[in-house]
Design a protein around this ligand. Structure first.
Ligand code: GBH
Length: 490
C-alpha cells in the first residue's frame, strides 16, 4: 500500500529505481546515533547540578538496580563529550540525538534559578557537534526529573506541565539558535511506569492504574503547551522542528482470532500518547477511555481513573508535531486474556503478552529480535496517523559485552533492511535514523550489565575509553556508503 505524500521533499527522495535501490538510503536521509543524559553523562553533582529522580533512586533505593550501580560517573560524557563527538564523526554520523538533564540546567526544576555551568556544558557539546558537521537533535526530557519537582508529587501533579513549559523555554532561548530538531519527551508510555510499581523505574511509586495515567496525562498536556510555545516565541526566528519520541513494541496476533486484541494493545499504549497529537479528532482513543471507564465503574469508583482532557486541551494538542520519533526494539505476541492487579494498566488493557521462544534472544529479558515487526509497526503508524514524517529515534540490541558483536551487526542490518522496505516499497515517510546507542551506558535498572553500545566502554577504567565494536565499523560503512553492503543481502 502506498501512502499519501505528506512531506514531499522527503518522499521525492525515495523515488529512484536501480539495482539494489531498496538497500540504499534516500538522499537527505539522516543517519546517526542516540544517547540520553542520565545514561551517559555522569557529573551527577558537578557545578551546581540539582538532584534528579534517578540520582535518588540509585543512591537511596540502590537495591533496585542491578549490581547497585549508579549513573554518578557513567560514561563521564560530562567531561568526555569531545570523545563522543570524535567517534560520531569517525562513524560518519550526520546527526546525534542526546537529551538534556533538566536538573543540570534548572537545579530546583523551576526557571528562576538557572545553572550557568549547565548551559555552558551543552553549549560546548552543541558547538563541538556543529564544528564537526553533526546536526544536534535534542530530547528535552529523557526520564531524569528534578527531585524538587518529584517532591511536589512528580508528573501526576498537573502543575508540572507549567514547569516543563518553562524549562523548554529556557532551552529554546539558550540553544535554539543552533539546535533545529527537538523532541519534547522520550517515551511517556514507559516512564509513566515509574508510578506503577515500587520495584520499577524512578520514582518507583506504587500507584498502578492511577498515578501512571495521571503522569502521562500531565506529560501530554505539557507537550501540547510546549509545541505552541515554540511556534509563538521561537519558530519564526529559529526555524526548527519539534516532535515527540514514542516507543512501542509491535504486537503480533498469536493467531487471526487475536487480531483485535493486538489492535487494542496498539491503540491503548501507542495510541494513548499518539492519538491526542497525531489525529485530527485528538483526545485519547476510544479504547482506553471505554476500558478504563468500565473497569473503574466495576471497582466501585464514582469517576474514571483515566483523566480527561478539557475541550480546550483536545484542540490545543491536535497537530502539535512536525515529526514523530519512533523507538523500536522488539515484538510481542498478543493473546486474549486478563491479567494484572486491580486496578492496573495491564488489567485495563486486557492483554496477555508473550514472545516466541524461536525469536533470537538478547541480554535483555524483553528484547527478542523480530525485524519484520519493525516494518509492520512503521506501516501501522503511517496508516493510523496519516503518514506523518517519522524518524527512528532508537533501535538497538543488547548483549553482555565484547567487541566482536556479530549479533548486534545482524540486528542493525536486518532492521535497516526492513526500514528500507517500509520506505521504498510501502511509501512510509521515514526521514532519519539514530541507533541506540553510541556507547555502552547505564541501562536503568539493569545498571551496566546489559550493553547496547556501538562503542565499548570499560566502566572500571577511570578514563572511560571508548572502543568501536564490530557493529560501529559496519554502521560506519553503512553511514558512509549510504547502503546496506552486499554481504548482508539475503
Ligand atoms: C528505551 O526504552 C529507552 O528510551 C532507553 O533509554 C533505553 O536504554 C533503551 O530503551 C533500552 O532499554 O528491565 O526494569 O530495567 C525502550 C523500552 C525501557 C524497555 C526499559 C525495557 C526495561 C525495564 N525499554 N525497560 S527494566
Amino acid at each position: 500500500m502506498k501512502f499519501q505524500t505528506v512531506c514531499p521533499d522527503i518522499l521525492v527522495r525515495t523515488g529512484f529505481a536501480g539495482f539494489h535501490a531498496n538497500l540504499t538510503f534516500p538522499d537527505g536521509f539522516l543517519l546517526g546515533a542516540a544517547t540520553a543524559s542520565y545514561q551517559i553523562e555522569g557529573g551527577w553533582d558537578a557545578y551546581g547540578k540539582g538532584c534528579n529522580i534517578w540520582d535518588t533512586l540509585t543512591h537511596e533505593y540502590w537495591k533496585l538496580v542491578e549490581d547497585t550501580d549508579t549513573g554518578d560517573v557513567a560514561d563521564d560524557s560530562y567531561h568526555l563529550y569531545q570523545e563522543d563527538v570524535k567517534w560520531l564523526k569517525a562513524m560518519g554520523a550526520q546527526w546525534y540525538r542526546f537529551s538534556i538533564s533538566w536538573a543540570r540546567i534548572l537545579p530546583e526544576g523551576h526557571d528562576w534559578c538557572i545553572n550557568e555551568p549547565g548551559i555552558d556544558y551543552y553549549n560546548q557539546l552543541i558547538n563541538a557537534l556543529l564544528d564537526n558537521g553533526i546536526e544536534p537533535m535534542v530530547t528535552i526530557y529523557h526520564w531524569d526529573l528534578p527531585q524538587d519537582l518529584q517532591d511536589l508529587g512528580g508528573w501526576p501533579n498537573s502543575v508540572l506541565a507549567n514547569y516543563a513549559e518553562n524549562y523548554a523555554r529556557v532551552l529554546f532561548k539558550n540553544f535554539g539558535d543552533r539546535v533545529k530538531l527537538w523532541q519534547t519527551f522520550n517515551e511517556p508510555q514507559i516512564f509513566m511506569d515509574g508510578y506503577d510499581s515500587e520495584k520499577g523505574m524512578a520514582p518507583s511509586i506504587d500507584t498502578p492504574g492511577i498515578g501512571d495515567y495521571l503522569a502521562s496525562h500531565t506529560v501530554l498536556v505539557a507537550h501540547a503547551n510546549i509545541y505552541p510555545l515554540y511556534e509563538r516565541e521561537f519558530k519564526q526566528q529559529q526555524q526548527g522542528k519539534v516532535g515527540i519520541a514514542l516507543g512501542h513494541d509491535w504486537c503480533e496476533p498469536f493467531c487471526t482470532l487475536h487480531q483485535d486484541r493486538c489492535e487494542r494493545y496498539q491503540k491503548f499504549i501507542l495510541g494513548g500518547c499518539a492519538h491526542p497529537i497525531f489525529t485530527d479528532s485528538g483526545d485519547y482513543p476510544s479504547v482506553p477511555k471505554e476500558r478504563v471507564d468500565a473497569n473503574s465503574k466495576r471497582e466501585g469508583l464514582t469517576g474514571s481513573r483515566l483523566p480527561r482532557f478539557t475541550g480546550e486541551e483536545v484542540k490545543l494538542s491536535t497537530g502539535t508535531f512536525d515529526f514523530l520519533g519512533i523507538n523500536f526494539y522488539t515484538c510481542f505476541l498478543g493473546f486474549d486474556g486478563v491479567g494484572g492487579l486491580v486496578p492496573s494498566k495491564g488489567r485495563d488493557m486486557g492483554k496477555i503478552r508473550s514472545q516466541d521462544p524461536k525469536w533470537p534472544a538478547s541480554a535483555s529479558s524483553w528484547l527478542r529480535v523480530v525485524p519484520w515487526g519493525y516494518r509492520k509497526q512503521l506501516n501501522w503508524i503511517a496508516k493510523e496517523y496519516g503518514n506523518p514524517p517519522v524518524c527512528v529515534t532508537e533501535n538497538g540490541y543488547s548483549d553482555y559485552g565484547g567487541l566482536n558483536d556479530t549479533q548486534r551487526v545482524s540486528y542493525y542490518t536486518e532492521h535497516m533492511k526492513e526500514m528500507l522496505k517500509a520506505i521504498h516499497e510501502d511509501g512510509v515517510n521515514v526521514f532519519g535514523y539514530t541507533a541506540w546507542s553510541l556507547l555502552d551506558n547505564f541501562e536503568w535498572l539493569r545498571g551496566y550489565t546489559e550493553k547496547f553500545g556501538l562503542h565499548e566502554v570499560d566502566f572500571n577504567d577511570p578514563s572511560r575509553p571508548r572502543i568501536p565494536k564490530e557493529s560501529a565499523k559496519v554502521l560506519t560503512e553503512i553511514f558512509k556508503t549510504r547502503r546496506i553492503p552486499d554481504r548482508f543481502l539475503d
